[in-house]
Design a protein around this ligand. Structure first.
Ligand code: ZN
Length: 226
């Protein structure tokens, strides 16, 4: 009886390992490739390919982020195809106003979310829970701001990107009317084009319909291997 229980326990712990440390089984490269065959919308596309005039500042490929470590080996911003297409439509609207999109982060491999959670010691307001994964892991979220098309300089916003402060909240009171207008423009154009701002971060937008896309753990190098 005891041996039988031990065998069962070791079988269960093996299964737990296969499910990941936090009980979430992220999509692998092989599973991702199979998913695109049955549903082409699941393809992760490089934002630069869909929106050539987009500005990228992929901070997690540098040490200029809250972890102070280089998390990505390549400075890439990917999103699922319909997400990139919706962002393209938003870009056309911003351009009419003299602005352009600057992206700090798009698709983020699940292992990076686990790392962030461990760095932040379990905070789940400003980093996603590894038990559920982030919408970035699904290729359905963007961290972004606006730049002036002429100067390429960032518009003034309430805080810097990835600041874990009360001023980061999307509806936080703002005194400066210019800053308030900039944040309002960003949020209203994005929300008209199929996104929803995250209440605790003015820069984070989820694609409406993210539930249809799985959490993935594929790094950029794997993704670019043909
Ligand atoms: Zn984000």
């Amino acid at each position: 009886m005891k041996n039988w229980l031990l065998a069962l326990a070791s079988l269960l712990s093996l299964q737990a390992m296969a499910q990941g440390k936090y009980g979430l089984k992220a999509t692998t490269l092989a599973e991702y490739r199979a998913s695109i065959v049955s549903n082409p919308d699941k393809e992760l596309v490089a934002l630069k390919d869909v929106i050539p005039d987009i500005v990228l500042d992929v901070r997690y490929a540098t040490t200029n982020n809250f972890t102070k470590e280089k998390i990505y080996s390549l400075p890439r911003a990917y999103a699922r195809k319909p997400v990139a297409q919706a962002l393209y439509r938003a870009q056309q609207e911003f351009k009419k106003l003299g602005y352009g999109i600057k992206v700090y982060d798009g698709y983020r491999p699940y292992s990076a979310t686990v790392k962030f959670y461990e760095v932040m010691k379990g905070d789940t307001v400003y980093v996603a829970s590894p038990y559920k994964g982030s919408k970035h892991n699904r290729g359905c979220a963007l961290d972004m701001t606006l730049v002036d098309l002429k100067t390429k300089k960032e518009l003034k916003m309430p805080t810097a990107w990835d600041t874990a402060e009360k001023e980061s909240w999307a509806a936080a009171p703002v005194k400066d009317p210019e800053v308030r207008k900039n944040r309002e423009t960003l949020i209203s154009v994005m929300e008209r084009n199929g996104f929803k701002v995250y209440e605790a971060e003015w820069w984070h937008f989820d694609f409406v319909g993210w539930q249809n896309y799985e959490v993935m753990d594929i790094d950029f190098e794997e993704l670019e291997k043909k």
